[in-house]
Design a protein around this ligand. Sequence first.
Ligand SMILES: [Zn+2]
Ligand SMILES: [Zn+2]
Length: 253
Amino acid sequence: MRLTIVDGSESASRYQANLISYVLDGDLAFDAGALGLMPLVDQKKLSTIFLSHSHTDHIATLPLLIDNVYTPTPECIRLYANSATIDDLRQHVFNDHIWPDVFRLSGHTSPFVEVCTIEHGQTVVVGNKRVTAFDVQHTIPTLGYLVEDDTAAIALVADTAACDAIWEFLSTFERLRAVFLEISFANAQQWLADVSQHLTPQGFLAETKKLQREVDWYVTHMKPNCAAQIVAEVAALELPRCHFAMSAQTYEF
Ligand SMILES: [Zn+2]
Ligand SMILES: [Zn+2]
């Protein structure tokens, strides 16, 4: 499978920016921070989007995307999220004030979006891939996703603080090749990471030791004003097979 980091930047030489989206093999997306900034031709290739949670960096362009790809046919984007995220979108985004209520409008003959609930432990098959949701540890109910095809499995862990259950679950997958895990703040901001339920480099290292598999690690979700410090602190960890998710970069698994 081919995973592309989509963050609104066309340059592949920058660290992933803080609009979070991943596109797998062109048609399957995870989070919608920047999907609506892709060329329209690429937006129209998307069939299914899985959301981790409702924080803005993960949903910012979802209203634009839904509008951009709408056609007056029975075809529409299929959106998976947990019930807390769907409630938040309904109440705070698609409420006719911030954006038209596309959930209500989709009750008509030409839907804008098909909304589907997915919760911890549930698996959805999309084409040749299996997507399994798992709970992580964040300030609101948040899902990470394990994606498997015939040859590999990768984990998109989403925004999280320390959480043993994630690693107990992921350790059971023999074909796990890569884990995308966040570091939001530098070590000096551990207090901020604690109150906002994120990781620092020292917290990231502790999480990697809980996984009973050898994988490639990809650092995601660095807050831009902490990135230089985080990069230096991660380098000092000398963690093998540890990389930084880069803007507009495609990774093959
Ligand atoms: Zn968040
Ligand atoms: Zn976030």
